[in-house]
Design a protein around this ligand. Sequence first.
Ligand code: NAD
Length: 415
Amino acid sequence: MKIGIVGLGYVGLPLAVAFAEAEHEVVGLDADGRKVEALNEGRSYIEDIPEAALAALSGRLRATADVADLASCEAVVICVPTPLTGSREPDLTYLNESASALASVLQPGQLVVLESTTYPGTTRERLLPVLEESGMKAGRDFHLAFSPERIDPGRTDYTVRTTPKLVGGITPDCTERARELYSLVCEEVVVLSGPEPAELAKLLENIFRSVNIALVNELSQLCDRLGIDVWEVIDGAATKPFGFMRFDPGPGMGGHCLPVDPFYLAFKAREHDFYPEFIELAGKVNRAQPGYCVDRIARALNEAEKPVKGSRVLMLGVSYKPGVGDIRESPALEIVALLRELGAKVSYHDPFVPELSELGLSSVELEPGLAEADIAAIVTPHPGVDYATVVEAAPLTIDFRGVTREIESPSLVRL
Ligand SMILES: NC(=O)c1ccc[n+]([C@@H]2O[C@H](COP(=O)([O-])OP(=O)(O)OC[C@H]3O[C@@H](n4cnc5c(N)ncnc54)[C@H](O)[C@@H]3O)[C@@H](O)[C@H]2O)c1
């Protein structure tokens, strides 16, 4: 098949590579000319896609900035961002722009699938009318479906191939076309009755995580008051083989999905005069966590008879999760801002994030960084860092991720 992918980011590029690896011809459209150029020169900008994987595709993946190149594709999958506006409402600008461009070249018989995470109703109420501006009718002249992306950047045990894929089309024929498409690269395709349950299933998956992370974040604060080690509590509970699923507390929620997606559902719910309390409460608790972490840093410094003002804080890891360089919505950014408000001198070490240009910071080498710091804060534990050495080298260490559980030291505090 010839398949078009719109948006070659964390979602679109791995999908494009998966289709190309399965011997299909792939045309990737991206609005960012640097990504198009990089891919056509065989350079990858996503940790999960090594350049060797691009080289092995023998030219079956071609990137373009010209939407007209999608006209010859049998199927087009849209993987553009769905962020929030400044007032925390769904921002469908990227989706609208890509849909309008696609409508201008849409061909009879094409299948269009939306993968971007969004609220239930988007495919039918927002995408369909824009595509129908082509003069063609969805379900009759072209096919339209929703299939949520479930990729977890940095994860190697589940891939595009081995993670079951949900599909829901606006007609049974649309669903069948989408099922056939994903069967080319996924071992299991699960058919739902339409796009809306598929859209909502994706939001449920992410909200489930958000709510459970909020629960353990709140528990970490209670444990602090009670003088109980939250990690020991969770390790203990996690020995139950049924009815319990482990979630760990941390510095807050980051990434393009968990802090954003609940607002998509809350927005839709409000349209129906419904106020989902779990979602809102989880968001509130998780958003307060960076502030709580700053409070813990201040307390740790205070114990060492140092004021926050003028103290040098070295943050270890600033991306939102280990093993990736994505800083979108990373709680580390807020921790930096709050510490600076208090007058701390903040530096960071993160091999995945060489620059934080908006904050005017660059990653420092670990050893000299530790030698200069008053406190090291483990915010995102990237692989390859030896935390026993960190605890030894830093005058004080605070661990927000529980990676020092095996280490005992008077200069170490944990969430
Ligand atoms: N990153 C994840 O872990 C993840 C997981 C599951 C679902 N999702 C969802 O998938 C969607 C995409 O997320 P992502 O992380 O891949 O985003 P991303 O920012 O990494 O990639 C999106 C790409 O789309 C491009 N783009 C924007 N507008 C365009 C247009 N009009 N035409 C062509 N290209 C355009 C951007 O340049 C960018 O390269 C979002 O809805 C997100 O919520 C993300």
